[in-house]
Design a binder for this molecule. Structure first.
Ligand code: ARG
Length: 462
């Protein structure tokens, strides 16, 4: 390592030997936390403005530091900044460069702060933007799904439970279920903003500071609501990292479930949806193949996202409060999960834009598996004053009869039905019509066409 004064580490006056190259490499986080440069520079500018306002530093020094910081920001934006492993992280890389630009007066910048409060201030600001960015991406995918839903209100398919045909539904109803999931995700990301709204800057290493700083001022100027309350808790707290990683995990889990569902529907056995060539891949040996790799990628990446969440929980478990080096990993973990999720949302959006329902196959499949049996039971309850359980049993006999005679429910004649339940009239035959079945589910939140139209309209307005 170069030994002149400006190039030695910040603690070079105390620790005389430079650390081993291996330790420098391992201990350095600059390749990860350089992402925080904007927040770090803004935080420093507001910090020195406050120091000047409180008469802790002079007008001249404040201006010099701000000039230097803005110059550094330009260098970084133009890719002209040289990051050095030996300065460990973004905070010290910037401080060291400030010394080169403005000289010894750079030494005033770190008055009344520590990297411990500096890093979480930066990080909280960065995560605040990340939450908002994810919500923007979620808005896009919600819009895409609503568009497809609008075109598929009357596309009828089987609704599944246990992957067995259950009751007929509109394809749009499935799609709008995905919208609900993403709306909940959006709420979760918005809730996180509350826990990010307290500003750590000024708690210094762990005790606060003897300088007469104004934490309300820095909080406000940096976009926080208020300063944090306890200096030890502040440097130790990474709950806001967990909140974010949990929100990412839940959103990823939604994406993974949707992906899995689409993989099943796209399989040769189901063949309910077609994926355009843009979003499938081939096989190196089987020329006929079109594989849903992207959907599998989404499902797989959810594993990494869960892993990251658990890594962070594990890092925090058993860690006494205040700052420890263990915490440095929080950024790598969170940046990775954030990147995966943003990619995943955009990929799924692209998939939805390149997916077509196989309407014929959907209807065909909906016509199997005695899918209107529940409708028959409901009809008997409503028209022949019977309890649901009794109607259920009669319907079971009808299904058994149909199965034994190799018929679908809509292929049974009124005579055959009357043999099982004499009270039945010709009216019952309408019950086996799939469209009627879907449209009869008018209870709030059900799959009737009207309900779906109303929901779509409601969400379009929002
Ligand atoms: N790069 C460090 C981190 O991200 C900054 C805080 C360092 N503080 C310390 N006392 N070593 O955790």
């Amino acid at each position: 390592m170069v030994k002149n004064k400006n190039n030695r580490t910040i603690w070079g006056a105390r620790i005389k030997k430079s650390s081993s190259t291996l330790f420098q490499k391992i201990g350095s986080s600059i390749n990860t936390d350089k992402k925080l440069f904007k927040e770090d520079i803004l935080g420093s500018i507001i910090h020195v403005e406050m120091l000047f306002k409180q008469k802790i530093i002079s007008f001249k020094i404040k201006n010099k530091i701000i000039y230097g910081l803005k110059k550094i920001e330009k260098e970084i934006l133009k890719n002209k900044f040289e990051y050095k492993d030996e300065y460990e992280d973004i905070h010290m890389n910037i401080e060291k460069r400030l010394f080169q630009i403005i000289g010894e007066e750079a030494g005033y910048i770190h008055t009344a702060r520590s990297r411990n409060d500096q890093v979480i201030t930066d990080f909280k600001m960065w995560i605040t933007s990340a939450n908002k960015e994810i919500n923007k991406n979620l808005n896009n995918i919600i819009k895409t799904i609503i568009k497809i839903s609008e075109k598929n209100i009357e596309t009828i398919m089987p609704g599944f439970t246990h992957l067995r045909n259950a009751q007929a539904v509109s394809f749009a109803h499935y799609l709008m279920a995905y919208v609900e999931m993403f709306i909940r995700d959006k709420k979760r990301f918005s809730y996180n903003l509350e826990n990010l709204s307290e500003c750590p800057l000024g708690v210094a290493a762990l005790t606060g500071t003897s300088f007469n700083i104004d934490r309300d001022y820095t909080s406000k100027k940096l976009g926080f609501k208020k300063p944090t309350n306890n200096s030890i808790d502040t440097v130790a707290d990474r709950d806001f990292v967990l909140d974010f990683l949990y929100s990412v995990s839940t959103c990823s889990m939604h994406i993974s479930r949707i992906a899995e569902e689409l993989i099943i529907w796209n399989s040769d056995s189901y063949n309910l949806i077609n994926l355009s060539d843009k979003i499938v891949t081939g096989s190196s040996i089987m020329p006929q193949k079109k594989n849903p790799d992207l959907l599998e990628y989404l499902r797989g990446k959810t594993g990494s996202v869960y892993g990251n969440f658990f890594s962070m929980l594990t890092i925090l478990k058993g860690l006494p409060i205040s700052y420890f080096k263990d915490l440095q990993d929080d950024k790598e973990i969170l940046f990775k999960s954030n990147e995966i999720l943003n990619n995943s949302i955009q990929i799924l959006d692209e998939i939805f834009k390149n997916l077509k329902p196989n309407k014929k196959k959907m209807l065909e499949l909906a016509n199997t598996g005695y899918i209107t049996a529940t409708d028959l039971a409901d009809h008997i309850v409503k028209n022949h004053s019977m309890s649901f359980r009794k109607a259920y049993n009669i319907t079971s006999s009808v299904v058994n009869y149909a199965e034994k005679n190799n018929k679908k429910l809509n292929e049974l004649s009124i005579e055959e039905l009357k043999k099982i339940e004499p009270k039945l009239t010709i009216e019952v035959l309408k019950i086996f019509n799939l469209k009627n079945s879907v449209n009869s589910k008018k209870s709030y939140g059900g799959t009737s066409f009207d309900n779906i139209k109303k929901m779509i309209l409601k969400y379009k307005k929002i």
